[in-house]
Ligand binder design. Structure first.
Ligand SMILES: CC(C)(COP(=O)(O)OP(=O)(O)OC[C@H]1O[C@@H](n2cnc3c(N)ncnc32)[C@H](O)[C@@H]1OP(=O)(O)O)[C@@H](O)C(=O)NCCC(=O)NCCS
Length: 158
């Protein structure tokens, strides 16, 4: 509603949050593009060292999440999503800045991510200081088998 201020809260998530994460994932990612992960993929990733989940809630309801991994001084943003009902309220921006801060705290010098060519998320990444550093052809496979390129972005954290 116009003029409403929403309270965005962030918390570190765990395996117990995967039901909520999966609900947001299914609504957030358009199945045409093949970007969403399954719960099993998330669970497998979460069990690896250096991986952390952040869950965002808006007015007490889970509305977004990020999944990231830090290895040997570098980090990768693996997933970032906001439920469609909670978009353009700063949820993904807050999550991304939290990932950046956590990565800095883990001694990470550079943060990388991959995003489908044409994804609106690029506006957010550019705004937060990421620059395009490469392309990966046919990286995503959509529901009907169509392939989509990924663009690789990165930013220094110092
Ligand atoms: C991309 C996504 C995460 C953005 O989430 P969000 O919570 O709406 O983002 P924010 O409200 O924090 O937006 C921050 C800024 O990003 C930019 N932005 C976000 N969505 C945009 C869109 N659809 N078009 C243009 N710019 C956009 C704007 O600059 C925005 O700031 P503003 O609202 O003040 O103009 C969300 O649309 C989403 O979940 N998409 C599907 C999943 C996905 O593709 N994730 C990224 C790849 S893993």
């Amino acid at each position: 509603m116009s003029g409403t201020i929403n309270l965005i809260e962030l918390r570190e998530g765990g395996a117990h949050d995967l039901h909520s994460v999966n609900r947001i994932m299914q609504e957030a990612f358009d199945p045409r593009f093949g970007e969403a992960w399954t719960s099993a993929q998330c669970l497998g990733m979460l069990s690896l060292p250096g991986v952390w989940l952040v869950v965002a809630s808006v007015d007490g309801q889970d509305a977004g999440f990020s999944l990231a991994r830090a290895i040997a001084g570098e980090a990768e943003l693996l997933l970032l999503a906001t439920h469609p009902a909670a978009r353009r309220r700063g949820v993904a921006g807050a999550l991304l800045r939290a990932v950046i801060e956590e990565a800095r705290g883990r001694g990470v010098a550079r943060l990388h991510l991959e995003v489908r060519s044409g994804n609106d998320a690029v506006w957010l990444y550019r705004r937060e200081g990421f620059e395009k550093v490469g392309e990966r052809r046919d990286y995503y496979r959509g529901r009907s088998g169509q392939l989509f390129d990924a663009h690789t972005y990165a930013r220094d954290l110092d």
